[in-house]
Design a protein around this ligand. Structure first.
Ligand SMILES: [Fe+2]
Ligand SMILES: [Fe+2]
Length: 169
């Protein structure tokens, strides 16, 4: 049995994942306006990932006979002064998401809600990947500095990113 408290926290995460998608859509727009289309592609794929995360929480709540309530969120940032700022903000945002997933896991553990504990494990692993990706790109951007040619090489690399929905388990 999932408590009202846990359902409410899971519902908040549906909305927070959609909010993440909006944040990354704004970053995609910024990168595209800077004509860095590989960086824009990176965020386009990230938007799809976030919507996928949201729909995973959405489906889980419905599967467990709960109710999904969609809310609005504040406007995301639209201006950044560099790609490094974009990725530092991205990492900061993902660290908040990780804390939120841990908080959900704490509630599920307190309530001995084993189905939810099992469901959340996928997100614990996913957050490792998210933070690892952002840290790696931040390191690359720091190394690149003001080197425009190197920035375009990274842009070309990020153009190759594609969204592959994980196979359901
Ligand atoms: Fe996410
Ligand atoms: Fe991911």
């Amino acid at each position: 049995m999932i408590s009202d408290k846990l359902f409410s926290a899971l519902n908040d995460q549906v909305n927070y994942e959609f909010y993440s998608a909006q944040i990354y859509l704004a970053m995609q727009a910024y990168c595209a306006s800077e004509d860095l289309n590989g960086f824009a592609n990176f965020f386009k794929v990230q938007v799809e990932e976030e919507r996928f995360h949201a729909s995973k929480f959405f489906d889980y709540i419905i599967d467990m006979n709960g109710k999904v309530i969609i809310t609005g969120f504040e406007n995301p940032d639209t201006d950044f002064n560099s790609m490094l700022t974009v990725f530092k903000n991205t990492l900061e945002h993902e660290q908040i998401v990780t804390k939120r997933i841990y908080n959900l896991m704490d509630i599920a553990t307190e309530e001995k809600e084993h189905a939810t504990i099992s469901f959340l494990k996928w997100f614990i692993d996913e957050q490792i990947e998210e933070e690892k990706t952002d840290n790696s790109i931040i390191k690359k951007l720091q190394r690149i500095g003001e080197d425009k040619a190197a920035l375009y090489m990274l842009d070309a690399e990020l153009m190759l990113r594609v969204f592959t929905p994980p196979t359901p388990v």
